[in-house]
Design a protein around this ligand. Structure first.
Ligand code: O7E
Length: 217
C-alpha cells in the first residue's frame, strides 16, 4: 500500500483549538504513525488534550516541551507530562545530568525520551550545530530512545544519525521549512520518523495531504 522505505510519519499538531486538533488528528490517523503535541496546543487547551487525542486516534502521542532545566525541575516536568504522553522531548544542551533526570522518570513509567541535537531552523547553525555531535554521543551513551535531527540539512542528519546509532530519529523540516522528502528518506530507515506539521494541518484537506506524504514513504 505504501512506499518501499516504510519510514514513519509523525504529525506535528501545532494548532491552537481543541476541536480542530481532534478533527485533524482523527481525519489523518489512517496515514499517521505518531502525533507530536507541543506548547501551542497544550497551552491553548491544557494537558488533558493529550488523553483526548490518544482516545480519539489510538495513536502514540509524544509531548514536545523541549525540556531544558536543572535535573530536579526536569524531573517534575517529566513526571507531570508522562502521566499523559507516551514520550517526552528534551534538549540535550543542558547536559547529561538533566537528561538523566528525565530518563529516570521515563524508565519507571515505561515511556520514551527523545533528545534534541541540531535543530532545523537557520539559527541552529549559530550555536547548536557546534555541539550537535557531542549531544548525539551523549544520547548514545545514555541510551535514550530517540534523537531529533534536521530534515533541512540531510548531510547533517546522516552524520548525527551515524553517531547515535541505536536511537531512532525523528526529523522535522519537510514541507513548510523546505526540506526535501526524498533526500531525507535516503538517510532514514523503518525505525525513524519524518515530522510534518503545517504542510498537513494548514492544507485545506489535511487527510489528503497526510496521504500524499505517507504514500511516498
Ligand atoms: O515546520 P512544520 O510545520 O512541519 O513543523 C515542524 C515541527 O517540528 C514543529 O512542531 C516544530 O516545533 C518542530 N521542530 C522543528 O521544526 N525543528 C526542530 O529542530 C525541532 C522541532 C521539534 O519538534 O523538536 C522536537 C521534535
Amino acid at each position: 500500500m505504501y512506499g518501499e522505505s516504510l519510514v514513519k510519519l509523525m504529525l506535528a499538531l501545532d494548532v491552537m483549538d481543541e476541536k480542530k486538533a481532534i478533527l485533524i488528528a482523527k481525519e489523518t490517523s489512517e496515514y499517521v504513525d505518531s502525533i507530536k503535541i507541543g506548547y501551542p496546543l497544550v497551552l491553548a487547551t491544557g494537558l488533558n488534550i493529550i488523553d483526548k487525542i490518544k482516545e480519539s486516534t489510538n495513536k502514540e502521542v509524544i509531548c514536545d516541551f523541549k525540556v531544558a532545566d536543572i535535573p530536579s525541575t526536569n524531573e517534575k516536568i517529566a513526571e507531570l507530562t508522562l502521566n499523559h504522553a507516551d514520550g517526552i522531548i528534551c534538549q540535550g544542551f543542558v547536559g547529561s545530568d538533566s537528561v538523566s533526570a528525565i530518563l529516570n522518570v521515563a524508565r519507571a513509567k515505561n515511556k520514551k525520551v527523545i533528545v534534541v541535537t541540531e535543530m532545523s531552523h537557520p539559527g541552529a547553525t549559530e550555536y547548536l550545530q557546534n555541539v550537535a555531535e557531542d549531544m548525539a554521543k551523549m544520547a548514545d551513551r545514555l541510551k535514550v530512545d530517540g534523537i531529533v535531527a534536521p530534515s533541512t540539512r540531510p548531510e547533517r542528519l546522516k552524520e548525527i544519525k551515524s553517531i547515535a546509532k541505536d536511537a531512532f530519529v525523528i526529523s522535522p523540516g519537510v514541507g513548510a521549512q523546505g526540506g526535501n522528502l526524498s533526500d531525507v528518506l535516503n538517510v532514514l530507515n523503518e525505525n525513524d520518523y519524518v515530522i510534518i506539521g503545517r504542510a498537513i494541518y494548514e492544507n485545506e484537506n489535511p487527510k489528503n495531504a497526510a496521504k500524499k506524504y505517507k504514500i511516498q514513504m
